[in-house]
Design a protein around this ligand. Sequence first.
Ligand code: ADP
Ligand code: MG
Length: 255
Amino acid sequence: MLGLAQAAAVLESRLESAAKHEPTYADFLVDLLDAELQVRRERYLKTRLSLAHLPFQKTLRDFDFSFQPSIDERQIRELATLAFVAEAANVIFLGPPGVGKSHLAVALAIEAIHQGIGAYFVSARQLVEDLRRAHAENRLEKRMRVYTSPKLLIIDELGYLTLTPAEASLFFQLVSYRYERGSIILTSNKSFAEWGEVFGDPVIATAILDRLLHHSHLVNIRGESYRLKEKRRAGLYASPPTQLERPLSPPDRRR
Ligand code: ADP
Ligand code: MG
């Protein structure tokens, strides 16, 4: 049956029901093909989702905006239209641990996949280690394609570890390549002022920030950790959790 496996599978029951309800031939066929399309779409989404390497699956519906008032819900809804991907613009989530940066990045990736946009998720640490290895094994160009070809690349948790000069340079290559070609969603617990330390070199940090921020949407989350919420309720923590120590400021472009 033209490779319409699902249509074939439901054919018998649909024929039975048609005998009872007597739909037009057209309605009968539409109904049958709908069943086929739905299964194909689900299979397609499943494949795309598994290719994206998401660490978990959480959507915007799972996100409690009332818990994090520093987030402008309208801005997130606007980002969820994925218009920024068409513009090859970037999204930067900044904030202390536990405030929902990764959750929102994953939720946007899931939205993208539902819109047929290819997405790929990687932690900053995995990314630079992978590129470094590929470089050492003389296959950087090929490996780089994993990170340059998806329309949307999510780089999670920049800033937990300092990069070596070689790693910073690989990161710069990637950001330069994607500049005005493809979107990056990046999450970091470090303010831009601290990126010099993250990349071990203020010059390369500024060059990276320049390209990342030129077309970008910044979501600066100031609030308390969602993870600590339950513990606080249980009375385990008396004082508020740590905030970013320094106010977040734009990079110094004069250097
Ligand atoms: P971050 O990446 O900023 O460290 P995560 O996104 O990993 O934080 O969030 C920590 C955990 O708390 C995750 O399980 C996430 O789903 C949940 N979480 C964070 N903020 C919210 C929120 N506002 N509503 C619902 N769940 C949240
Ligand atoms: Mg995170």
